[in-house]
Write a protein that binds this ligand. Structure first.
Ligand code: LER
Ligand code: MN
Length: 268
């Protein structure tokens, strides 16, 4: 397994990202100092020229992109659970554009967090999940055709009311026969929603494409009460050899990266 870190290409207020200032070259320098090999890249609407610049810079540091996240779309109201048919088509197309960007950057795929959308008060989670599944059927097929993937991320109930546990995400993908859709796991969310993290990892095994790591308080790995060995043992047992991406709060990037690298390496 390889160590990665969440990085934003632009100044963002989104909480659990170590590098929120968009100073990519400076951030990459610190990452390589502690042996990080990749990143989850958080981007906003980006021109082809700008993407090429990012790729050049990432390559020059010998880094890789694990997942690409376009959370700005979610922040501007784009959701797959959209009820308006015309807006749904627009949203599906926006996701396809971002999949092309993920492919261009050599990422494992495009993360799908808040952009799946929530269910409204006058309907059940199942109602919204039907619309999300319909959209994902088309987007997943597109991803599969271009050799990429949508990484659906189970997110805890306090942040969104659809697809909270890893187990429910696996069932959702299987029950809807979704091609080109895999999983972005996140220890912080699984700790809240899954009865057992090792059991959920075993249950999800063929679908895991990336894993977000942090402490139980969502800071540097090793500073809370998570049994990190239990998690890495479970990942090893299912043969996972992708990225462990630090997605955490931090007031001191150097310290957060250093502590996480030390605490993760003992278990790899
Ligand atoms: C949100 O809490 C999260 O975990 C991210 O990966 C964004 O989707
Ligand atoms: Mn996450």
């Amino acid at each position: 397994m390889k160590l990665a870190c969440a990085v934003s290409t632009y100044p963002t207020s989104f909480g659990p990202i170590v590098f929120k200032d968009g100073n990519l070259a400076e951030n990459f320098k610190l990452m390589t100092k502690y042996g990080y090999e990749g990143m989850d890249l958080f981007i906003k609407k980006t021109s082809q020229e700008q993407l090429q610049e990012y790729k050049k810079l990432i390559d020059s540091f010998g880094l890789q992109v694990a997942s690409l996240f376009a959370i700005y779309l979610g922040e501007s109201g784009v959701k797959l659970a959209e009820k308006d048919p015309e807006l749904r088509i627009r949203n599906i197309n926006l996701m396809k554009e971002q999949l092309d960007n993920a492919k261009f950057l050599g990422a494992v795929g495009l993360g799908l967090g808040y952009i799946r959308g929530a269910h409204s008060e006058d309907e059940t989670e199942e109602d919204a999940k039907k619309r999300i599944a319909d959209a994902l059927f088309e987007i997943g097929e597109y991803a599969d055709n271009i050799g990429s993937s949508i990484l659906l991320e189970p997110i805890n109930r306090y942040e969104i009311n659809t697809i909270n546990s890893a187990k429910s995400a696996v069932d959702f993908i299987r029950n809807n026969n979704l091609k080109g859709v895999t999983l972005q796991l996140d220890m912080f969310h699984m700790n809240i929603e899954d009865k057992s993290i090792p059991y959920a990892i075993e249950y999800a095994k063929e679908l895991i494409s990336n894993v977000h790591i942090s402490s139980s308080t969502r800071h540097a790995v090793g500073t809370g009460h998570f049994d990190f060995k239990e998690v890495t043992d479970a990942l090893k047992k299912v043969g996972y050899d992708g990225f462990l991406t630090l997605e955490a709060f931090s007031n001191d990037a150097d310290e957060t990266l250093k502590l996480t690298a030390e605490n993760v390496r003992k278990y790899l």
